[in-house]
Design a protein around this ligand. Structure first.
Ligand code: SF4
Length: 713
């Protein structure tokens, strides 16, 4: 029998639509239900029927031979299969023991940007109500936090793209800073086609990436900046826009505030100085401003987008603010046919940060320090607002404190693989090893799960119901498309079970995804990310709903959702967008004789995030090839390493092994490493955990390294 189910990809924030067809077989495997599962692209505004290699092969996750089926508990130094009763008993006893000895904050929770909205919501509630801990944060802190913080302070609200992706499709001018969408989310590139064909696609990236190639093929521009100089690049562009009269003075007067201070900061970034610091020529800087301004004036579509290359810095929030300042000066945000937005990376990177698994937030994107927000959420949860803990440690600070005298002694990880994905990963592994109790919920034995005391096997993407929120704030249904295997349980079920064992009343933690969503709606009502008017039936009927979508005073009136934000006013108190004056401080560490190169990290086409899933899919693993370090041929010669041969890359924090890949599209002072590989090949053994003071984002995108030949294993 053939069963076809419409759903969305398990991987990135574009959330391409797909149909999963399951053909049941006469005979079934003992634990994982048998039958073939095929994936086809489905027509949808973000992917228009297209999928990338990761999406096409995603069904292999459902039949992966490494799939975890039974809970595992460490005994005699080894993880051994056991029953759920025993595994959850070990977790509950361990948590109780740590809490009794060290207090509630000694138990920490680390979530993920791939969890459904329901799980992200439940996890934050579980941490604060069942555990009573303030120490809950998630891996989105390493992904979108700088963009979110900068959007919050400029516009009063962060929703990723404040306009639908399809608005980009007709634009003639798009400046993309720090994103390689041709590899990270290929169907997105189709939306940049018109700009590329018009010579209006401008890409700021230290590397000559596939996205850069597309821009250049249409006559666009590659701003090949030094890593860590996005901020002065944006200041220099603003300088030119102002001095060349390429700014919208009426818009600035009517819709913004703070321009004068932002201009004073940018005034110091005259073109020649900007060229000297960023490595981008004055000619290219002027052409960039001219292209954006011409498109803006002629109303042919002008957009500025940022991604992790500009954001993952110890000054990432200020870098994004500098970019937003430029967008505001050109008059782009809050208008049809123009705008600024960040491109979310993780599958539910957007919803994952709205529902309460962040250290400083409650559901609905509410501030945890706001008494009214605490009272509202406590009412929905049926608890005393005074019992809710305050803000906790941010992601890296939480990991850094594990097992220390004042830090958490037990950690529960859901949907994250921090042993690979956290900065200074060698140190993070040491901290994980110092815990009294490490519990990991996952469907594969990730590198973090392999270190755990207890591993809880959970259902994955196409085996359960839920919702996610895409990079454009559109709420989507993920649907069960195949039968769940025998053994793994839903994380909602696991958290509810654990909550009961920890003394919570029956029914406080629901297990049905739709019931959890109903509670999430109530918790978000009236907050910045208001989902109260969104329901499973609305989504199932195919409605296109972007938040905010309040229920409204009359339950019979349907709010249509908000595809485009800020058209009338920004979400600040006075409705004006705020310029923010920012200064350039440079990367947190400098190159010197011992570490003469700058390493930057990123993704490749065939892998996703820590690679825990995609490394297990043969087709993807073969396509991606081995771990590599990309370097200019002249730099390779200077450092004594050879194309195709093994090399060691060293920073002040660690050493990574990689195959040398020479590429003339690299800057002479820069090397690139993908961060999907494990063991000695982890790029994050090198990266710098220096944190942005506002977003607490680590500096993934610039650290000083050296390169030397290594002996093959
Ligand atoms: Fe999945 Fe992203 Fe590829 Fe689309 S672009 S198929 S969402 S990984």
């Amino acid at each position: 029998m053939l069963v076809s189910t419409p759903t969305h990809c398990p991987y990135c924030g574009l959330q391409c639509a797909m149909t999963i067809t399951h053909e049941t077989a006469a005979s079934t495997a003992p634990a994982i239900p048998g039958g073939t599962v095929t994936v086809t692209g489905r027509s949808f505004p973000t992917n228009r029927g297209g999928l990338c290699q990761k999406g096409w092969t995603s069904a292999e996750l459902l039949r992966n031979p490494d799939r975890l089926i039974a809970p595992l508990v460490r005994r005699g130094g080894r993880l051994r299969p056991t029953t759920w009763e025993h595994a959850l008993g070990v977790v509950a006893d361990g948590v109780e023991s740590v809490r009794a000895e060290h207090g509630p904050d000694a138990v920490a929770v680390f979530g993920g940007g791939g969890l459904t909205n329901e799980k992200a919501y439940q996890l934050g509630k579980f941490a604060r109500v069942a555990l009573g801990t303030s120490n809950v944060d998630y891996n989105g802190r390493f992904c979108m936090s700088s963009a979110a913080a900068a959007a919050g302070r400029a516009f009063g609200l962060d929703r990723g793209l404040p306009f639908p992706v399809r608005d980009l499709t007709a634009a003639c001018a798009i400046l993309l800073l720090g994103g390689n969408v041709a590899e990270t989310m290929p169907p997105f590139l189709g939306h940049l086609q018109a700009a590329a064909d018009a010579g209006g696609l401008i890409v700021a990236d230290p590397r000559r990436t596939a996205t850069v190639e597309r821009a250049l093929s249409g006559g666009g521009i590659h701003l090949q900046l030094r890593p860590g100089t996005d901020l002065p690049l944006a200041l220099g562009l603003l300088h030119i826009a102002v001095t060349d009269g390429r700014i919208d003075r009426d818009y600035i007067a009517d819709r913004t505030e703070g321009f004068e201070d932002a201009w004073l900061a940018a005034a110091q970034w005259w073109p020649e100085r900007t060229e000297r610091v960023t490595g981008v020529s004055v000619t290219q800087l002027r052409r960039t401003v001219e292209i954006l301004w011409r498109a803006r004036q002629s109303d042919t579509g002008a957009y500025i987008l940022t991604a992790r290359g500009a954001e993952q810095h110890a000054s990432g929030t200020d870098a994004v603010s500098a970019v937003i300042n430029l967008a505001l000066a050109l008059g782009l945000p809050g208008r049809r046919g123009s705008g600024y937005g960040p491109i979310t990376g993780q599958g539910n990177g957007q919803g994952g940060r709205e529902h309460g698994q962040k250290a400083d937030q409650l559901p609905g994107y509410r501030k945890i320090t706001d008494p009214a927000a605490r009272a509202h959420v406590a009412r929905v949860w049926g608890v005393d607002p005074e019992s809710l803990p305050g803000p906790g440690r941010s992601a890296y600070e939480l990991l850094d404190a594990l097992g220390t005298p004042d830090g958490p002694r037990a950690l529960m990880v859901h949907g994250a693989n921090v042993a690979v994905s956290a900065p200074r990963a060698g140190h993070v592994v040491e901290r994980l090893a110092a815990l009294d109790l490490l519990v990991v919920s996952d469907f594969l034995l990730s590198e973090t799960a392999a270190m755990a005391d207890v591993v809880l096997p959970v259902l994955q993407w196409a085996e359960e119901e839920g919702t996610i929120t895409s990079l454009e704030g559109r709420v989507l249904r993920r649907r069960r498309a195949v039968p769940a295997p025998t053994g793994p349980r839903s994380e909602l079920d696991v958290l509810a079970d654990l909550a009961g064992r920890l003394g919570q009343p029956v029914g406080r933690f629901r297990t049905d995804p739709q019931a959890v969503f109903e509670e999430l709606r109530a918790a978000s009502a009236g907050g910045p990310a208001d989902y109260s008017g969104i329901s499973y039936p609305r989504l199932d009927s195919g409605e296109d709903v972007h938040w905010p979508c309040p229920a409204g005073p009359d339950a019979g009136v349907r709010h249509p959702g908000t595809p485009r934000l800020f058209l009338d006013r920004f979400a600040t108190d006075n409705g004006r967008a705020r310029f923010v004056a920012v200064e350039h401080g440079g990367p947190a560490e400098s190159v010197d004789a011992a570490f003469p190169l700058v390493a930057t990290t990123g993704r490749v086409l065939a892998h996703y995030q820590s690679g825990a899933q995609t490394r297990r899919i043969d087709e993807l693993s073969t396509a991606a090839g081995p771990m590599f370090v990309q370097v200019h041929p002249d730099t390779a010669t200077r450092m004594g390493v050879v194309d195709g041969q093994p090399a060691a890359v060293r920073s002040r924090r660690g050493r990574t092994l990689a195959t040398v890949r020479c590429d003339e599209g690299m800057r002479l002072d820069t090397v690139f490493l993908p961060f999907h590989f494990a063991g000695d090949e982890r790029a994050n053994l090198l990266t710098n955990p220096a944190l942005d003071p506002t977003s607490r984002m680590p500096e993934f995108k610039a650290c000083a390294v050296t390169l030397e030949p290594a002996v093959s294993a």
